[in-house]
Design a protein around this ligand. Structure first.
Ligand code: SF4
Length: 427
């Protein structure tokens, strides 16, 4: 039941949905012999010049054409991404749960075991985790998430029209692939398309769903299935609604059917991007976001001469460190504000004792004048106790007599120290 072959294996990329698995993919369906809609969208038999395209490819080309070339033309290897592993395992379980062949709702244990089997198919390194504890944490979070899903939906279980419906449709010289996570029949040939999301970001634009709508309504194989299953006229197929279902929060985000104008604008973007691919236009489009998460940075001329490719997982650790530091700063500001509001400036909170440390803040502008004043009043040594770091600097200062430096070294215990500087590139 699991999504063994995804658009990744058939040419899928992360695209604009970085941080979440893209839910297009899967084995190609039968390419239609003809389209049943009139006008410019009329389907034609698949031709040798057709370019295989998808929403993921559109996203990646728009993000950076050179990245697209590295990924889809040169087929450079990508690092495994934990969020893909997580998303694919959750999807495998949801696909099982909603399998239309089930006469009744499957037991919770079986539902969770599908997730477990998919998860355990690869170890934490193969899934792209930096350490096993993070893989374990995601596993536990997946079990919790799916248990919540089951509790919310099992009572109203009803087999949908289709799950993981994949198809390739020939249109405008493109062979466009989609995989719809779930399709429900709302009656009279009208369909509701549902796409499951498992990442943190729930703010979505309906672009991806525009692709679903366009392709589903052009797909003769889907018409045939609809007509067979519900005995409705094949020509009545119409997408009524599109939904993103955010599994972590069990919330749905609905989009009404897009009008022709919106679909037309979206399709212009598809034709522009696919035109660029056909014309072999792959200029780099550097940017903080896309370059930061780009697997092809070491091959990219924009970043030539930079440090060697980092080991797997290092980018995740650096991002986590940076986020933690920023979060700690933000929390400190909140704590100071909360304590300032208390007359005593102190509080006991659970196991913690919190005290606001207040004091005057002075800024001295004329350093030399301050030092002269300190000397004049015999306070210089009192204010300027030697700092370890400054004394250590003297050991390596070649402008000082070697004998002095040797004597200093003899007074020290040698050892190693290590620290790390983490900063955003270009910052
Ligand atoms: S490093 Fe940046 S500019 Fe280079 S291919 Fe990747 S995304 Fe494009």
């Amino acid at each position: 039941m699991s999504r063994k072959k995804t658009e990744e294996t058939a040419g899928r990329g992360a695209g604009a949905d970085a941080g979440q698995p893209d839910l297009f993919g899967g084995a190609p369906g039968a390419a239609p012999a003809e389209k049943s809609r009139p006008g410019e969208d009329k389907a034609v038999p698949a031709g040798p010049a057709s370019l295989a395209f998808s929403f993921s490819k559109l996203s990646m080309y728009e993000e950076c054409p050179l990245k697209y070339k590295f990924r889809y033309i040169d087929k450079l290897p990508e690092k495994p991404k934990p969020y893909f592993a997580f998303g694919n395992s959750v999807h495998a379980a949801l696909e099982f749960f909603h399998d239309p062949s089930h006469g009744e709702v499957p037991p919770l244990e079986k539902f969770l075991s599908v997730f477990r089997e998919e998860w355990e198919a690869r170890d934490w390194r193969a899934k792209g985790y930096a350490e096993p504890s993070r893989s374990d944490a995601d596993y536990q979070s997946g079990l919790k998430m799916l248990t919540g899903y089951y509790r919310k939906h099992h009572a109203a279980f009803a087999p949908p029209f289709l799950v993981e419906y994949s198809t390739d449709v020939e249109v405008d010289g493109l062979l466009v692939r989609i995989i719809a996570d779930k399709i429900e029949h709302a009656g009279g040939g009208e369909l509701i398309l549902i796409d499951y999301k498992t990442g943190k970001d729930v703010r979505r634009s309906p672009d991806q769903l525009h692709m679903y709508q366009k392709i589903c309504e052009l797909d003769p194989a889907l018409r045939e299935k609809l007509s067979e299953r519900y005995a409705v006229s094949a020509s009545s197929l119409k997408v009524r609604e599109l939904r993103f279902y955010h599994v972590p929060t069990l919330k749905e985000y609905s989009f009404a059917r897009a009008d022709d104008f919106a679909i037309g604008l979206f399709w212009e973007r598809v034709l522009r991007a696919s035109g660029g691919v056909k014309e072999k236009k792959f200029p780099p489009r550097p940017g903080d976001f896309q370059c930061r998460f780009c697997d092809f940075r070491s091959s990219c001329p924009v970043h030539a001469g930079e440090s060697v490719r980092a080991p797997d997982g290092l980018d995740g650790l650096a991002a986590e460190y940076e986020e933690s530091r920023a979060r700690a700063e933000a929390l400190k500001i909140k704590l100071v504000a909360a304590l300032k509001a208390l007359p005593s400036g102190a509080a006991h909170a659970g196991p913690y004792s919190l005290t606001l440390k207040k004091g005057p803040r002075w800024t001295f502008k004329d350093r030399e004048a301050v030092i002269a004043l300190l000397r004049e009043h015999g306070c210089y040594d009192r204010a300027c106790a030697p700092l370890l770091s400054k004394v250590a600097e003297l050991v390596d200062d070649e402008t000082l007599p070697e004998e002095f430096r040797r004597s200093l070294r003899l007074l020290a215990e040698p050892g190693d120290s290590a620290d790390v500087e983490v900063r955003r590139r270009g910052a």
